[in-house]
Ligand binder design. Structure first.
Ligand SMILES: O=C(O)c1cccc(C(=O)CC[C@H]2O[C@@H](n3cnc4c(=O)[nH]cnc43)[C@H](O)[C@@H]2O)c1
Length: 244
């Protein structure tokens, strides 16, 4: 079975996978198969369109039509932490949060206020936050995951465009990066029982408007670097290093 690579946009998918020289989807929602010698079963690739609704729909459609062994999400993100996560750096999501789930009261949002969970899992119910297992997911898909920084991802439908919103989200959720699809894909994979790995390339600092604090070309080049690394077999140790 193939690993499914999901990006929000065709731009991100082409930046990540153009180097393979293989045909990529001609439009959002289309799924193509790439034969990559290093990845047993090859990979499927699709672009869902931006935002959590498109991401959930696109993933659902792809999973309804194809059996896959896991999902790799490659995309851009904003950084809440310019020192640790500068423009063009890569990050691995260790958790995903959706800050809109729950009941809004005078004290703000209570994720458990509805007393209804988004999903039931062997680890318990989900209330707007999902813990991820990046190393296990990479192994399950035969991907080479190096030591990129581990981050807490926040998924929004409305991009943070001012300092007030940015500071509020950062303080409330201790997030490191902001994207528009991560949580939707993580929840979809959780419900489908599939390993999920999310790699984000930093295109901007959260809260700043382009062009200030943005470098899309740099981030798209980093996305290619991420894909090349992930889809290259891990170096095999000769064992000689351990000889006395
Ligand atoms: O604000 C703009 O004018 C603007 C111009 C170009 C692109 C955008 C995006 O929001 C790209 C959204 C796309 O990339 C991810 N992304 C990148 N940075 C962020 C962010 O700071 N907050 C949320 N999402 C971000 C996102 O996953 C989308 O797929 C905006």
């Amino acid at each position: 079975m193939a690993a499914l690579i999901v990006a929000a946009t065709l731009l991100e998918l082409e930046a990540a996978l153009g180097w393979t020289g293989q045909p990529l989807p001609a439009g959002e929602g289309l799924v193509v198969r790439l034969d990559l010698p290093a990845i047993p079963g090859g990979v499927l690739a699709t672009a869902t369109g931006i935002g959590p609704v498109n991401a959930a729909f696109g993933l659902g459609m792809a999973l309804a039509r194809h059996r896959v062994r896991g999902v790799l999400n490659l995309g851009l993100a904003g950084s809440f932490d310019p020192e640790r996560l500068p423009l063009g750096s890569l990050a691995v999501a260790a958790s995903e949060t959706w800050p809109e789930f729950g009941l809004y009261g005078e004290a703000g949002l209570d994720p458990r206020g509805l007393k209804l969970a988004q999903a039931q899992t062997p680890d318990g119910p989900v209330f707007g936050r999902i813990g991820l297992k990046p190393s296990a997911a990479a192994s399950a898909m035969g991907l080479h995951l190096p030591g990129w920084p581990s981050v807490h991802g926040l998924t929004v439908a409305g991009v943070s465009g001012c300092a007030t919103r940015t500071q509020e989200l950062r303080a409330r959720h201790a997030a490191d990066v902001e994207s528009m699809e991560g949580f939707a894909l993580a929840l979809g994979c959780l419900r489908a029982g599939l390993p999920f790995l999310e790699i984000r390339s930093i295109s901007n600092f959260v809260g700043l408007r382009p062009p200030q604090g943005w470098d899309m070309p740099l981030a798209l080049r980093a996305l290619e670097r991420a894909a090349r690394t992930l889809l290259t077999p891990a170096p095999v140790s000769s064992g000689q290093e351990e000889m006395p």
